[in-house]
Design a protein around this ligand. Sequence first.
Ligand code: ZN
Length: 464
Amino acid sequence: MKPNTGGIRHDFHDPWLKARLQPRRRRWSWVAIGIAPLLAVVALLFVSETNLSKLPAADSLAPEAAIPQVALAATTAESAAPSFVGPEQHPELVGGLGDAAIVDLLVGRGDTLELLFRRNGLKLADLAEMTVLPDAAEHLRVLMPGNEIQVAHRDGAVVSLIREIDEILLLEIRRGEGGFEAVTTARDFDVRTVEAHGEIRTSLFEAAVDAGVSDALTMEMAGIFQWDIDFIQDVRSGDTFTVIHEELWREGEKLRNGNILAAEFVNRGTRFRAARYTDAAGTTGYYTPEGLSVRKAFMRAPVEFTRISSNFNPNRRHPVLNTIRAHRGVDYAAPTGTPVMAAGDGTVEFRGRDGGYGNVVVLRHGGNVTTLYAHLARFGTARVGSRVRQGDIIGHVGSTGLATGPHLHYEYRIAGVHRNPRTVPLPPADPIPADYRQDFEATAAALWRRLDVNAQTGLASAAD
Ligand SMILES: [Zn+2]
């Protein structure tokens, strides 16, 4: 079928570039909104010279990049296979087991709970009962090699089952009066606050390693400052960073990193600072010393992408038509199906098929801004007229319309005029509500002082 090229507004992918784009599996959840464009950061960990060939193989970074930083529910790269906590460490967990026999199920490659139950002569009927418990199902479905599950039983009839969900959470299922019951308990841990300071010589990534900061934490720090610093373009040798963060410990052993409490990034002489704050209403964010959100009203890139495959360019020579045709958006290459997020709060103005754009969504925002998302494989749930919040999934990356490979074509318009989404000044997000301002200042004061001290120390060592 001959594509309709009348009024063409489509995108082209260099086949060579496309060949280099290996889809990578990641498991970001929506919680990663703030870090969404961060996949860029994978690429940007190396000080930018536009020479992409100097970038590390993205895949070598992917495993860490893939780790969502979710409060206390996520595991981080720091966590080795957790050591199993048996009844000897947790006698309270085995109270009432009496004469039950205890068997540790060690998960091997390809094992399922069913296989492990069969192998150990445990009753499959009990397993079936346990796996439908609402609180247990998700934690029993997925097993990883190296996981350990402890089962107490009498002649194969399960009395209790315990498994570590992560370093903190423990799932316990017990046979009660009316069948099995599942309880999730949080085990004790200590929180330590530590800080790291680094100066960039070759790359942010290497400076972070030198400073003892993990890739995951580096990504998170970059996520905090992504709204002000383009980590692909802007990072230079001589830039410095300080990060104050939590570590979770138990019995002298570090479990993993916790939240970043405050961070500073000095980029080409400009100092950016942010502190984490949770207000009484439960809203958590990172704020500047002036109480402004580090976030902007719009995300720079509303998708987790592997490469920018085509930049905003009013004078682009079209590779197929060989004529000058403006490319009035930015193309973010990403595997088909990658979620596309609303760049800012707004309402759905258009959702449907539109020529070379394929499946397209247009959002209307405050300040006479509209944003456009093209070539979608499919749409999210928001319909025309629906309100969406920044980060809501409005569709999925595809290659509908005139596109030679899966990518998001993203446009940003002010009063109908196309602007470069990567450089247009973005309006700030809401500041700390006035009611919480005083509390924030009191909470953050100590963190700013620590950053001050680090800044001094950093200066002193730089002067050596
Ligand atoms: Zn495009």
